[in-house]
Design a protein around this ligand. Structure first.
Ligand SMILES: Cc1ncc(COP(=O)(O)O)c(C=O)c1O
Length: 340
């Protein structure tokens, strides 16, 4: 049966859905094998695999979009490939060549065409490349074997009824240490952040804001997304730190703010006590693209930016520009779109 008719694209959230094929490639004795597509979504691992005990693993997240004329395309996939290489280097894992990474993602998309949400539904095909250290070894040292895999699933529009601002609270917990692994997309950062997320959610906030781990005075990340603020004099500011993930969405917004919206931009310290500088604020990342920040709760007080219910004009313009490029409705900077 044609899955395009089975799935209700408008109802999709961000949940695991088993699609038909995933890519697997094993590294052994210094090289990667040829890789293959398989229907089996269960991995069989040695019980002493270092990924299970010592967290030697890393991953990526990116989307394939269907355009108005039916083409399928990736957005800045080369940046995901490069960031994964950086994560691999930090965790002493073998590098996955950029070409292998991109070709594996293409193979997975082509094998799961029936799951790509049609243009206009707000959905996309989310791809999850990951690498894990396998092979039985109980000592704390790099694994002797590795598995690189890419699976995918259709995901829906993040905001179903249009973008709405949400509130965040500042956490006392740190997500990652300075000079730790905050700049890499590795599982340990996310395991460490779950408690802060849970506390924020229980208190009625969308998620938490992490401050810098050394002084606890500067904004770092907003949940699993980067922070940006639009100053009252129309500058685009985003934090500069060695413990936040270099968000591909954030670097894209920096470029669009400067070249499309003709704004001044900078990566600099954003002090939690100086939120008055900003007229608007948002969180950015692949999953939500942009989440407008209504307010930030800190020291018993909610600081509201533009509004708790309305999206600010610059945030809206940035969102429209970026999504138009991702969906092929607007020409982006050279090299940003990779047609499949
Ligand atoms: C901790 C964290 N920060 C930021 C981001 C946003 O990064 P990107 O825009 O590359 O998706 C993500 C999502 O990947 C993330 O997990």
């Amino acid at each position: 049966m044609d899955k395009k008719t089975e799935l209700n694209w408008e109802e999709l959230g961000f949940d695991y859905i088993k699609t038909d094929y995933r890519y697997l490639s094993y590294w052994n004795n210094g090289s990667w094998d040829e890789g293959l597509l398989t229907k089996d979504n269960v991995l069989k691992l040695g019980e002493a695999s270092p990924c299970l005990h010592y967290g030697q693993q890393c991953f990526e997240g990116l989307k394939a979009y269907q355009t108005k004329n039916g083409d399928i395309q990736f957005f800045r996939i080369d940046q995901n490939a490069k960031r994964m290489q950086d994560s691999c280097k930090r965790l002493l894992m073998p590098i996955i060549p950029e070409e292998t990474f991109i070709n594996a993602c293409i193979d997975v998309v082509k094998a799961n065409l029936a799951y790509i949400p049609p243009y206009g539904t707000g959905g996309s095909l989310y791809l999850r490349p990951m690498m894990i250290g396998i092979g039985n070894s109980i000592a704390v040292k790099p694994a002797s074997e590795y598995l690189f895999t890419v699976f995918c699933m259709p995901v829906g529009a993040y905001f179903k009824g249009g973008m709405t601002p949400v509130n965040f609270m500042v956490s006392d917990y740190d997500r990652a240490a300075s000079n730790g692994t905050g700049q890499q997309k590795v599982g340990g950062n996310y395991a460490a952040s779950m408690i802060a997320h849970e506390i924020a959610e229980k208190k009625g906030f969308a998620d938490c804001i992490y401050l810098d781990p050394i002084t606890h005075t500067k904004i770092e990340e907003v949940g699993a997304a980067n922070f940006f603020g639009i100053t009252k004099d129309n500058r685009f500011i985003t934090p500069n730190s060695n413990s936040i993930l270099p968000s591909i969405t954030k670097y894209s917004l920096l470029h669009l703010a400067e070249h499309f919206l003709k704004m001044e931009t900078s990566e600099e310290d954003v002090y939690i006590d100086e939120l008055d500088l900003f007229a608007e604020a948002g969180a950015c990342g692949t999953a939500a693209v942009i989440t407008p920040i209504g307010g930030i709760f800190h020291h018993h007080r909610l600081h509201v930016f533009y509004s708790e219910t309305e999206v600010g004009p610059v945030t809206k313009k940035l969102y429209e520009t970026l999504t138009a490029i991702q969906l092929g409705d607007l020409a982006g900077p050279s090299g940003w779109i990779y047609k499949i």
